[in-house]
Design a protein around this ligand. Structure first.
Ligand SMILES: Nc1ncnc2c1ncn2[C@@H]1O[C@H](COP(=O)(O)OP(=O)(O)OP(=O)(O)O)[C@@H](O)[C@H]1O
Ligand SMILES: [Mg+2]
Length: 628
């Protein structure tokens, strides 16, 4: 059928539907994957099929009973027989109703379980995807998989599959009964059905095109609203309200036009089909009446007319359900696309374990918190965790074709502080995100305590590294919870100690509920400086041997800056530290300073060396060039 070629629904804002709607690329493959989620409910689904068949048999068979009812009881005047027959008919219809209610209930149970499992699998997989995946997919696009796509899947599983089967059974059953009752009259119905199919094809095809246009226009409107909500501050700062309003009017008007067309056509289908069905009914009445007068089979005519009224219903319903199912398959395809994306590679076999050390310096693995850690190789050898990080001829680009870091070699011995300076976009943040393997390097090696980071289990590697990100994220929850994000089993005392170390304690105590104050919307109710202090406290809470600090570029007042500086200093004490500094005060006491320019280390040495060199660092330091 023509309807199988398109869909009535597209994904919403941010989704690929913005540019029209998609059909499933691999209908069979995706359907079979979708069916796998129903696999656990084989017995229940078997029951559903039985109930469907019984319910259709009751619906179709019930109408047939009109024939004996009239011919055998009403016409001869056998009223006690009539009563029995009526009771039997009632029983048939009630059975049908009970069956359809039951299968609908079972389907809701099965489909909601399946959909919940799909959501869980999608979320689980998302957690294992590399950052690169998030770099290349917009948030809106990912969100729409959880919302629109899973919604359509849910709708289809709840109702459409069962409806489709039930409508098809009813249709075939009805036609069969009509043929049994009167092949001649059935020919008239076939004629009418042919006309109806043409109508479904023409109006339906057009209506789907308009509907797709409506969805696309809706996507545009939603996307615009989303952007404008996020950008409210910028809009106000630049006095863009009037322009925003005008832009919105335009998009809203386009949506109105598309929606009007789509709804007008969509609404035309039912009345058109209804009228055709009445015309069919009238013709069948006339011809059937003449035939009945000749044959005397009044009951047969009554039953046939009943079928004539029923026969066209499944056609519209089938075409609608097929649309829902196809859009669900397209949605499922997008969901499975994420589920099948390559997860982060983690072939590391070296793990971080807790150890105890005896007086001879021998390490033994411990099951409890000893405060000491070691790397455990697969053969069981233990190497103490020290915090020695080395880069050897590392080459990296976010995109293989565009190299961002060229031939980077450097080392940080345990307890040393290495600073990176350089202009914006030089690759400072990038270098640090390679240590904890956010991204895979193209060539060269990075070692941690002499072990290639690729051989270290990712979870262990990241536990041994503390990172204060340049742009942090605070989660909805209390201040304490946000600090505890650094180490989930930290006690309240440890959380407060971390906050004191970071210098965040004072401001937290001044919050309405202290450590229990709820932060919402990425800590929107805090200042930039306060967010950074929390960020430092979070790293302090994790208490890692190696620390990566990416100083935020945003400017803050000098008092907070001093506070942050002190917090950072306390946090850095006794650890191996990579610090990306935008303030020269932070770098001055570093063991080595790397000056980066366009992905290359162009100068290195300590502060005095670099000043003596009179190079780029000298320019930066003496204010002859802006420091990032
Ligand atoms: N996720 C990413 N995907 C693709 N390219 C990126 C990504 N992040 C950064 N880049 C590019 O890599 C280069 C280095 O960026 P990086 O963030 O390391 O600079 P930076 O030295 O930290 O700058 P800043 O001082 O502004 O923080 C830039 O050209 C940037 O456009
Ligand atoms: Mg940066």
């Amino acid at each position: 059928m023509a309807e199988q070629k398109s869909l009535s629904r597209g994904p919403g804002p941010g989704g690929p539907g913005r540019h029209g709607y998609r059909k499933p690329k691999d209908l069979r493959g995706t359907l079979s994957k979708l069916m796998r989620y129903l696999g656990r409910y084989k017995a229940l689904l078997g029951l559903v099929v039985v109930l469907l068949v019984v319910s259709s048999a009751c619906t179709v068979g019930g109408s047939y009973l009109i024939k004996p009812l009239i011919n055998d009881y009403i016409l001869p005047g056998d009223f006690s027989g009539l009563a029995r027959m009526l009771a039997f008919m009632a029983a048939v219809y009630v059975t049908g109703a009970v069956c359809s209610y039951s299968y609908a209930r079972i389907m809701v149970h099965v489909s909601q379980n399946a959909v919940a499992k799909i959501r869980t699998d999608l979320f689980d997989r998302m957690q294992s995807l590399p950052l690169k995946f998030f770099d290349t997919h917009t948030h809106g696009e990912l969100m729409s998989r959880y919302t629109n796509d899973i919604d359509t899947i849910s709708e289809a599983l709840n109702n459409s599959f069962a409806s489709l089967i039930s409508c098809s059974l009813n249709f075939v059953g009805t036609i069969a009964m009509m043929l049994v009752l009167s092949p001649v009259l059935t020919l008239i119905t076939f004629g009418a059905l042919a006309v109806m199919l043409v109508v479904v094809k023409v109006i339906g095809g057009r209506s789907r095109r308009y509907f797709a246009a409506q969805q696309a226009a809706l996507g545009t409107v939603n996307g615009y609203i989303e952007e404008m909500i996020e950008g409210q501050k910028v809009i106000k700062v630049f006095n863009h309200e009037a322009a925003a309003k005008a832009d919105f009017r335009e998009r809203n008007e386009a949506y109105r036009q598309a929606a009007t067309r789509a709804q007008a056509y969509g609404g035309a289908m039912m009345p058109a089909m209804g009228n055709l069905s009445y015309i069919n009914y009238a013709i069948t009445c006339c011809v059937g009446g003449i035939l009945a007068i000749r044959s005397g089979d009044l009951g047969g005519l009554a039953a046939f007319l009943q079928y004539t009224r029923q026969v066209s219903q499944p056609i519209t319903q089938i075409s609608q359900q097929v649309n829902v199912i196809l859009s669900a398959v397209a949605g499922a395809e997008r969901v499975f696309e994420v589920m099948e994306a390559q997860p982060e590679i983690d072939e590391g076999s070296v793990r971080l374990v807790r150890v105890t050390e005896d007086h001879t310096g021998n390490l033994t693995e411990a099951a409890y918190d000893t405060g000491a850690w070691a790397w455990k190789r697969p053969d069981g050898t233990l190497t103490p965790l020290r915090g020695d990080v080395r880069f050897d001829h590392v080459v990296f680009g976010y995109d293989e074709r565009k190299i961002v870091l060229h031939d980077i070699s450097l080392f940080a011995k345990p307890g040393q502080k290495i600073a990176f300076v350089g202009s914006t976009g030089a690759g400072k943040t990038t270098i640090t995100s390679l240590i904890n393997r956010f991204y895979e390097i193209q060539s060269g090696t990075i070692t941690y305590d002499g072990i290639d980071v690729r051989d270290i289990e990712k979870a262990s590697l990241r536990r041994s590294l503390g990172v204060v990100l340049q742009d942090t994220h605070l989660f909805t929850g209390t201040v304490a919870d946000n600090i505890r994000y650094g180490r989930l089993d930290a006690t309240d005392e440890e959380v407060e100690a971390a906050a004191r170390l970071a210098g965040a304690d004072t401001f937290i105590r001044h919050l309405p509920h202290g450590y229990q104050t709820i932060l919402s919307g990425d800590g929107g109710n805090l200042s930039q400086g306060e967010r950074q202090l929390l960020n430092i406290a979070r790293a302090a809470c994790a208490n890692p041997p190696v620390l990566i600090l990416d100083e935020a570029t945003s400017s803050i007042d000098t008092r907070t800056e001093k506070l942050i500086e002190k917090g950072m200093d306390r946090l850095m004490a006794g650890r191996t530290v990579f610090v990306i500094a935008h303030r020269l005060s932070t770098v001055r006491n570093a063991k080595a300073i790397m000056v980066l320019e366009q992905g290359r280390i162009i100068e290195r040495g300590d502060h005095d060396d670099l000043i003596d060199q009179h190079g780029r660092y000298y320019q930066l330091y003496t204010g002859q060039a802006e420091l990032a």
